[in-house]
Structure formats: C-alpha cells, structure tokens
Design a protein around this ligand. Structure first.
Ligand SMILES: C[S@@+](CC[C@H](N)C(=O)[O-])C[C@H]1O[C@@H](n2cnc3c(N)ncnc32)[C@H](O)[C@@H]1O
Length: 219
C-alpha cells in the first residue's frame, strides 16, 4: 500500500538527501518505493521474497547486507508486523541504525491498529484475518508498543514520533470480498460477518503512525 501524504519529517529528510541512495526494507509490490522515488531519491528496494521492484535485492531485513555507516536513509513501511515480537523489532531497529551514516536517518511507517470508523475497523479486521491465515505475519503493532520496546532497549534518544491520516484511495472492496470468499466453501461465522461488514461499509486505510530516528544533529 501507499502512504499519502508522507510525513513532513520524511519529506524534509528526502529533500535534504536528494541524490543519496535510500534503502527501503520490505518493499513488496513497490508502491511505497514509487512514492519515495517521486520525492527524487535513488531507492534500493529490499524484500526477502521475489519479485522485488526494479533495482532491488532479495535479502532478510534482519541481517542487512550493508556495511556499517554506508546508508544515509533507511525506510520501512508496514514491515514490523513481519519481524516477530516487539522486542525483536526493537533489536532490528538498533541494527538498522548501525548501518546509517553519521547524518543518516531511519523512517518507520505503520498502519495504526486503532480504527475510528466502520470502514477503518473493517480494514484492520481484514489485516487480523490475514495474520491468522499467514503464520509469519503478526498483528499490526501500535506506536505505544514500539515506544515501550525502545525504552526497554537502549532508550528513545534520537527518536521522534507522529500520526497521520492516510488519504490514499481506499482498498478495493470487491478484491477483499473475493479473498474472504476464498474457494467458495462455507465461511466460518467470523469470516462471514467480516465480509458482510465490508460489503456494507467498505474499507479505508485510516490512520498511520511514523517513527523517525536521527543521530547527531537531530532534528
Ligand atoms: C505488508 S508488506 C509491505 C509492503 C510495502 N512496504 C508497502 O507498505 O506497500 C511486507 C513486506 O515485507 C516483506 N518481509 C517480511 N519479512 C521480511 C524480512 N525479514 N526481510 C525482508 N522483507 C520482509 C514481505 O515479503 C512483504 O513483501
């Protein structure tokens, strides 16, 4: 998915680093890659699974094939729910920070699990439904979860945090319904209820949160 608008703090880091190479972790189909490229940076997308967007590499974000200090900006959107427990996530963030150049920064963007309208609730319930289906995928972490994990592992110095409303066009309702219908067999009660709610109220991305680390001369 995409995040629109990008946080001001990410836009200003991208403008500051125009021309520098940016490493994007968990790039998937490349929608977030495109948003970064539109901001004028040279993005290397990375994902553990093929296909990766053009110019990309296949690698595990938990063991980056990058020299310490080699990258000026690392970005990861909706990746954390794939990295295990929140304490493991905090450890991975520490490793990513270690790959950054002295003026470098790390940007995390994540859909917020909290939802305040029926369409936003449907979207988050669909993610939970997918998380139950795919064992390597966890539930969306909340910003408070990350802040607590960071506080417990090295602290939150250098970090800033925020929340934005994602104004990207809503996900396709028919595609979601086809996914829930699956092979056409009889759905369990929870799946049938979710499909009915989506058919009635649709889907909406809603809120996302961001976390940004910058060392040295932050902000
Ligand atoms: C929910 S998608 C995020 C897509 C994209 N960043 C966006 O926001 O549109 C998560 C992606 O992370 C990838 N992924 C999961 N665990 C990973 C890991 N350990 N290393 C690299 N990529 C990983 C998955 O293969 C998947 O493509």
């Amino acid at each position: 998915m995409s995040f629109s608008p990008l946080p001001d703090i990410l836009q200003s880091d991208l403008a500051r680093l125009r021309g520098a190479a940016v490493l994007e972790l968990g790039a998937a189909d490349g929608r977030f890659t495109r948003a970064l490229r539109e901001a004028g940076v040279d993005v290397v997308p990375l994902d553990r699974r093929r296909p990766v967007p053009s110019g990309g590499v296949v690698a595990d974000a938990r063991a980056l094939p990058v020299r310490p200090g080699a990258v000026r900006l690392i970005a990861a959107a909706n990746l954390l729910q794939h990295l295990g427990r929140i304490t493991d996530v905090a450890a991975a963030l520490g490793e990513w920070v270690g790959c950054l150049a002295p003026d470098g920064c790390l940007h995390i963007l994540q859909d917020d699990p909290l939802a305040d309208t029926p369409a936003r609730r449907n979207d988050r319930e669909l993610r939970d439904w997918l998380a139950r289906l795919v064992p390597t995928r966890g539930r969306l972490p909340a910003l408070t979860d990350l802040r607590e994990a960071l506080a417990g592992s090295g602290g939150t110095s250098g970090w800033s945090f925020g929340r934005e409303l994602n104004r990207t066009a809503p996900p396709d309702r028919e595609r979601a319904l086809a996914l829930l219908r699956g092979d056409g067999g009889v759905p369990d009660r929870a799946t049938a209820a979710l499909a009915a709610a989506i058919a009635r109220d649709g889907l909406d991305y809603g809120w996302y949160w961001w976390a940004r680390w910058r060392g040295g001369t932050a902000p």
